[in-house]
Ligand binder design. Structure first.
Ligand code: F6P
Length: 335
């Protein structure tokens, strides 16, 4: 399914003495696997590696540490990011950007790998425009980054959600209950709709599709009257709080529902095999690309292969739209 990387690596590589890596924005599982791959691939090419702590804010403050194979040993199976992460409003200012550039120059960094979501890739692009050789690695449970079929962390988040929903179904069916389960994803309903398909939910309320609350309530009442012992509604945070939707439903159906807000639980935990492998490919592929002289691009997984797209193209095209085939599948399955 996933295989390495760019051909003719040894033959065409250029000399880079120091490669740096940072994780930025909301964390996700698989970031450690990616850092590890950046470190190991860089060392294999004879470059030193520097890790910046706490994302761009650590870069601006010069919070750095040398990374060796020892530094990345034992982290592959851990969620989160051992370099830590942060959101960094200073990167939106010229002063913050200049400080970031100075920090990179002071440490003689030849190439930088930025692992993160939309905002982090914007930071990477800004650095590229200031002459830094930077590459982006898409990491966000939201799966809203274009020019990659999957971002890092999505698969693990889905596994977390599915485990939680399966557990809730057990208790729901013991009490003839309807549950609303709120997923993250910002304005993207990907997690909610995939989880609905994978868990056999009755409805998925997502920002990308209209829904009719009356129709949903009629369906819930019908299921209740037919003696169905549970109903599951996945609610993407982009449509509002599950609590508010539960209030609207309660008034219409005449029975209580329960809610579960999955929150940050979705972002943590040991990464799935898919995310470990994706992190390994993204990390090693990014280093190879830097060594080939590429910069200002984002690595992506496109139909099973690694592709590199200019960051300005990635960021100009807005959020990745939800796959219409996925929505059709959900409809066909009665969601
Ligand atoms: O972008 C990732 C994400 O987890 C979103 O799904 C969510 O809306 C947001 O980050 C939460 O951000 P924070 O960790 O700052 O609360």
């Amino acid at each position: 399914m996933l295989y390495l990387v760019i051909e003719n690596f040894q033959k065409e590589r250029i000399s880079m003495k120091r490669i740096a890596v940072l994780t930025s924005g909301g964390d996700c599982s698989g970031m450690n696997a990616t850092i590890r791959a950046v470190v190991r691939a860089s060392l294999a090419a004879g470059a030193e590696v520097i890790g910046f702590q706490k994302g761009f804010s650590g870069l601006i403050k010069g919070l750095s540490e040398p990374l060796t194979t020892r530094s990345v040993s034992g982290i592959l199976q851990r969620g989160g990011t051992f370099l830590q992460s942060a959101r960094c409003p200073e990167m939106h200012t010229e002063e913050g950007l200049n400080r970031a550039v100075e920090s990179l120059q002071r440490l003689n960094i030849d190439g930088l790998a930025v692992i993160g979501g939309d905002g982090s890739l914007r930071g990477a692009l800004a650095l590229h425009r200031h002459g830094i050789k930077v590459m982006g690695i898409p990491a966000s449970i939201d799966n809203d980054i274009p020019f990659t079929d999957m971002s890092l962390g999505v698969d693990t988040a889905l596994n977390n959600i599915i485990y939680a929903v399966d557990c809730v179904k057990d208790t729901a069916s013991s009490h003839d209950r309807a549950f609303l389960i709120e997923t993250m994803g910002r304005n993207c309903g990907y997690l909610a709709v995939v989880a609905a398909i994978a868990c056999g939910a009755e409805h998925a309320l997502i920002p990308e599709a209209d829904y009719d609350i009356e129709e949903i309530c009629n369906n819930l009442k019908r299921r209740f009257e037919e003696g169905r012992d549970n109903s599951i509604l996945m609610v993407a945070e982009g449509v509002g709080h599950a609590q508010e939707i539960a209030e609207q439903i309660k008034d219409r159906v005449g029975f209580e529902t329960r809610i579960m807000v999955l929150g940050h639980y979705q972002r943590g935990g040991s990464p799935s095999t898919f995310d470990r492998l994706l992190g390994a490919r993204f990390g090693a592929g990014t280093v190879e690309a830097l060594l080939k002289g590429e910069a200002g691009k984002m690595v992506g997984l496109c139909c099973g292969r690694l592709e590199f797209t200019d960051l300005d193209k990635v960021l100009a095209s807005g959020r990745r739209p939800i796959d219409q085939v996925l929505l059709k599948l959900a409809t066909v399955l009665g969601i």
